[in-house]
Every structure is written in C-alpha cells, then in structure tokens.
Design a protein around this ligand. Structure first.
Ligand SMILES: [Zn+2]
Length: 337
C-alpha cells in the first residue's frame, strides 16, 4: 500500500485509503501530493474508517468524490459540510436548500456505502474523539484538535454530541474512546465502575444512547480512557482473533428491572450458541413477554459483550441487529468456527 501511495498508483483507488498522521488528512492512493514518511501513514479499508478516526478528506485528491468528481449539484453541499463538519443537516434543511433528500441519500449510499446522515455522524464522531490514541492524554488531545483549552474542547465535544454542558453535580465521569475492530470502529464508554457503552460508530442510536447514559448516570462525558476501556480494547482483540470466549470486563447497565433481567439472560447464552426470543423470554421466566424481550434486546448498549447477536428468529433466520445483519452474521460465524 505504501508503494502504491508513493507511486500515486490509481489502480488502487477504491481499494484502500491512506491517512496522514502529521496533517490529519486522508487521501486516495493516487493522490499527487508528496508522499509522507511511512511511519506517518496509516491505512484504512475505506473512507468511513478514516473519518471515524478523525481524519479530514484531502482537498487535492478528494477521496470522498467518486472516480472523477462529485456531481455539480452536490458540490456545494459537500463544501458546506467541510466548512462546519459539526453542523447538523436534517432532511428538512436539505429541502429548504433545494436538495432532494432521497437523491442525496442515494448518492451517498452508492458512492460511500452509507447514507448522508451516517456520513455526517461519522464526520462528527471523528471530529470529537478520532484523535484519541493510546498514550495521548486528554489535554494533549484537546490541544491536538486546535482548541485553546480543555474546557473549550469539552464545550465543542458537547456541541458535537448535542450534550448540554453539565449543570449536574457530575461527580461521575464517563470516558469515551474509539476501538478499531474488523467490523469497523466502535465507540466505548466507561466510568470508574465499568464499561457502560460499546456500540458501532456508524449506528444511528449512538448519540441517543450517549445522552440517555448521561441522564441516567448523571455523569459528564469526556474523551479519554481508563482501565476498563483498556481492558475491553484488549478483550475485543482476543475475541476477534478467536481466543476469547467470555468477557471479563466489568459492566454497568443502568436500566429498568425488566431490561436488566433480559440483559443478564443474554449473558447466559453460551458462546457459539443461539436462542430465539421465545426461548429467552422463557429462560427469564417471562414467557408472555416476547415482544418486550425483543425491545430490551434492541436497547442493549453494550454490543458483543452482552451478546444480543445470539438471539435469532424462531425459524432460524437472523432477524434484525442494530449494527446491521452483516455484522450479526460475522459474529455468529466467528463464534461457530
Ligand atoms: Zn490527497
């Protein structure tokens, strides 16, 4: 990949993305810009990984444009996003600016494999936590983002996640961090007590879940890491290489009694096995509550560790999964093998 990049080899365009640590920019392999040193480049399978990792698209090779360039009708919209990547642009906003939301969504789906809203979320997320790396402390992260102070960073972070600055006593702090997995970047959150959030970065629910947690736990949220986040990072790596079958990380799951029952029921499903919603409802002595069990399953905030992917339809079909069916299939196959 590095050789392709240094030769600006366009036959690799679309195969991988090169991100330049020193400038925070990501490029196509064919980018005409001068090639940085090998140690300053990291590679990703696609643009959404680079976005979630906090990189900006290069203005020269425009890695987010399809081969060639973005169509004229879309260019002003892309420019607007680049000017203020933290901004929220709803379908109603699009319409008021004379864009057809359906057409915009289709174009993004076709060229980037994600909807426009997913793209915006990836952009915001990348902006907020992308630069956090092992060994970087919070302050350095804040300054690395170009914010003037730590409080400035917190404010910007709050704005990006639509979290109002803490008025609460806020004795509890939740650190959030990004973890790269073979299924794409995930966002993990943990207080001193344990892990309370693990979700795929492109999930629409993510921002809502963060706000729910903040309210329920009366906590402040800051980018950073603690022992539980280090632990889950390690455990996930072992899980994905097949050497870990049971997660040991401490978890914190605020919720209703019923939700907690369902979630602990999920944790009893052994690695490599599946249950139907009916069986799960029976297992937790709530045989009549199949639908409610399904809902609580969907409300799970700690993906993989609380293995909601191990619940399938009574007829053996996979049924839904918040992170997408392809991920569920991957997880089940990983555990079967
Ligand atoms: Zn470039």
């Amino acid at each position: 990949m590095y050789r392709a990049l240094s030769e600006s080899d366009n036959t690799y365009d679309g195969i991988f993305i090169a991100a330049i640590k020193t400038t925070g920019i990501f490029c196509r392999p064919s980018c005409p810009a001068r090639t940085p040193l090998r140690r300053n480049v990291e590679f990703f399978p696609s643009a959404d990984f680079a976005l979630s990792a906090g990189y900006r698209p290069c203005k020269r090779c425009r890695p987010l444009a399809p081969a060639g360039d973005a169509p004229a009708w879309l260019r002003s919209l892309l420019d607007m996003v680049e000017e203020d990547p933290a901004a929220r642009i709803t379908d109603a906003d699009l319409r008021s600016m004379k864009y057809d939301p359906v057409r915009v969504r289709r174009w993004f789906k076709k060229h980037h494999g994600m909807t426009f809203q997913a793209y915006l979320r990836a952009r915001r997320l990348g902006l907020a936590i992308g630069r956090i790396r092992h060994g970087e402390d919070q302050a350095r992260t804040a300054f690395g983002h170009g914010y003037e102070s730590l409080s400035g960073f917190r404010e910007a972070f709050g704005r990006i996640f639509n979290i109002t600055p803490g008025r609460s006593s806020g004795a509890v702090n939740m650190y959030i961090n990004r973890i790269l997995t073979p299924l794409g970047p995930m966002v993990a959150g943990a207080t001193d007590e344990g892990l309370c959030l693990l979700e795929f970065a492109d999930r629409r629910m993510l921002e809502t879940q963060l706000r729910t947690l903040r309210r329920r736990m009366n906590c402040t949220i800051t980018p950073g890491r603690n022992e539980h986040l280090d632990r889950i990072d390690e455990e996930l790596m072992e899980y994905f290489n097949g050497s870990l079958r049971e997660f040991k990380v401490e978890i914190v799951v605020p919720g209703t009694e019923f939700q907690k029952q369902v979630w602990s029921g999920l944790r009893c499903i052994p690695y490599g096995r599946t249950l139907s919603y009916e069986q799960l409802a029976g297992d937790i002595n709530r045989p009549g509550a199949v639908r409610a069990v399904g809902r609580a399953n969907g409300d799970n905030r700690i993906a993989i560790v609380i293995p909601c992917h191990r619940v399938i339809g009574a007829d053996g079909r996979l049924t839904g999964y918040g992170g997408g069916l392809w991920r569920k299939r991957y997880l089940l196959e990983l555990e079967k093998s």
